[in-house]
Design a protein around this ligand. Structure first.
Ligand SMILES: *[C@@H]1O[C@H](CO)[C@@H](O)[C@H](O)[C@H]1NC(C)=O
Length: 262
């Protein structure tokens, strides 16, 4: 496996995947941050980082994600991307990204590139143009404490489900997919989600998700919940309904039933 080199995997062995309630979006706590390309004394670059962060906060508060750039094709250009979990409201996303942008400025004050991960949102900026590329340098995996009683049937159910979810994610305009798969043999429903940052095309998104799923297979084995936080993509499966979505619809809300006239 070429990408996601194992020494670069920052690894959280947490039991949270099963235990964590999903209703705690107001109190985001940081999972991890990565400060890179530290520089000295460059006010222009500092300004442009601030500009991109402000733009990403503004974009996220309007549309729930951001793809930003500032002063492109100069020596102090800055590029940025944000990702929020697909079932978050724009307000929740905005709050999470605002916190991330503030935190990254204090944690990585002189970094020309930084990544910051929260449970439900992610922010990345860089002085090198990475827009549209699959950034597979970092990944964190969480897994559930419990292993499947029938690993073979469970793996099969997960494999089928995630194949479909990844295909939907790659092809979808909003670059996410959801699905569920009832495995009759083990009487369990597996729920799955995948998401790429919205700057990725089909090929790059697929590349990130396929390699991400391999990592999950290695680390999570037969645990009944598994969650991957990468830079350009995220993947999750559980045996409980962890999201308000059940199937994809490309994120569109179901049409409201037309009022019946009696
Ligand atoms: C860059 O600076 C940050 C904050 O001062 C520090 O935590 C980090 O380790 C530095 N990164 C590198 C690659 O030196």
């Amino acid at each position: 496996m070429a990408a996601f080199p194992s020494q670069e995997i920052f690894f959280f062995l947490l039991f949270l995947a099963l235990i964590l309630p999903i209703a705690t979006r107001g109190s985001e706590s940081i999972l991890y941050q990565q400060c890179e390309k530290n520089f000295t004394q460059n006010d222009k670059l500092q300004d442009n980082i601030n500009n991109v962060l402000l733009d990403m906060v503004a974009q996220s508060s309007l549309q729930g994600y951001a793809i930003s750039s500032y002063a492109t094709n100069t020596c102090e250009s800055v590029y940025g991307v944000t990702r929020c979990e697909p079932d978050m409201s724009v307000e929740e996303c905005s709050a999470c990204i605002t916190g991330a942008a503030q935190k990254i400025r204090t944690s990585c004050p002189d970094s020309a590139e930084s990544h910051i991960w929260y449970e439900n949102c992610f922010l990345h900026y860089d002085s090198t143009n990475f827009i549209g590329k699959a950034d597979k340098r970092y990944a964190s995996v969480w897994f559930s404490y419990y292993a499947a009683a029938n690993p073979k049937a469970f793996e099969q159910a997960v494999g089928e489900l995630m194949g479909e979810v990844i295909a939907e994610t790659v092809q979808g305009r909003k670059k996410f997919g959801f699905g569920e798969n009832y495995a009759n043999e083990i009487k369990l429903t597996v729920y799955g989600m995948a998401q790429c940052t919205r700057d990725l095309g089909e090929r790059e998104c697929n590349e990130c998700l396929e390699e991400g799923l391999e990592i999950m297979t290695d680390y999570c084995r037969d645990q009944v919940g598994c969650r991957l936080f990468a830079s350009s993509c995220a993947i999750r499966y559980e045996i409980y309904k962890f999201s308000s979505f059940t199937s994809t619809d490309d994120g569109a809300a179901a049409p409201a039933p037309s009022p019946s006239i009696i």
